[in-house]
Design a protein around this ligand. Structure first.
Ligand code: AMP
Length: 217
């Protein structure tokens, strides 16, 4: 399975990518996550990405594309991949096409998770993450058992700095301007599949799997 996930920040791409990666036994490749790891580790790539990420802006295409090309070259990606957060611009989509064709492969689908903007803002500003094990929570929709602490590993939960209301507004604007054009791009290529991302996680995953396996509902 070679799949890309499209949708605004907060649409549930990361959550669905994780479930689909487990279902299809392929790696979940999240460009946001790779950037965050590089930031934490203080690498040169992390330093280049830092100011863009803090402001909710996109890291330049050349930096992001080189990082994805390297990741797709790792042995586990031969089996397939679920790409989460890439491509985010039309030039990135074109670069991905070249990377995939060069390897003699093709994409199976571009999956769009559709969620209205008021719900996106609520989801993002209420999100809390575990810095230790990566588990995701929401203060209202998916609270941890003990307020502020991870159910899995007991670490103190944090809010991603770019989930503050001001930065969320910028991220949603950047999505509309730079990423939403990809919907038409993949529709024109016959690859776009759309699902309603407002429903519970398991329902969305089941719908996606049905769609990818040839169902048409
Ligand atoms: P995410 O976790 O997908 O919301 O990504 C967090 C941040 O990482 C974004 O706001 C961007 O600053 C950066 N980022 C992630 N993916 C990309 C991409 N494909 N192109 C440019 N910047 C990206």
């Amino acid at each position: 399975m070679r799949l890309i996930l499209l949708g605004a920040p907060g649409a549930g791409k990361g959550t669905q990518a994780q479930a689909l990666a487990a279902h299809y036994r392929v790696p979940h490749i999240s460009t946001g996550e790779i950037f965050r790891q590089n930031l934490t580790q203080g690498t040169e790539l992390g330093e280049r990405a830092r100011s863009y990420m803090q402001k909710g802006l996109l890291v330049p295409d050349d930096v992001t594309e080189a990082m994805v090309d390297a990741r797709l070259g790792e042995p586990d990606a031969e089996a397939g991949f679920i790409l989460d957060g890439f491509p985010r611009t039309v030039p990135q989509a074109k670069a991905l096409e070249v990377m995939i064709q060069r390897r003699g492969l093709r994409l199976d689908a571009a999956l769009l998770l559709v969620v209205p903007e008021d719900l996106l803002t609520l989801r993002l500003t209420g999100r809390r993450v575990c810095p230790q094990c990566g588990a995701n929570y929401h203060v209202q929709f998916h609270p941890p058992k003990r307020d502020g602490w991870c159910d899995h590993c007991g670490a103190a939960l944090v809010q991603r700095p770019d989930d503050s209301l001001e930065t969320v507004k910028t991220r949603l604007r950047v999505y509309e301007e730079q990423t939403a054009p990809l919907i038409g791009y993949y529709r024109d290529r016959g690859l776009l599949r759309e699902v309603d991302g407002r429903r519970p996680v398991e329902e969305v995953t089941a719908h996606v799997v049905r769609l990818l396996e040839g169902g048409n509902d």
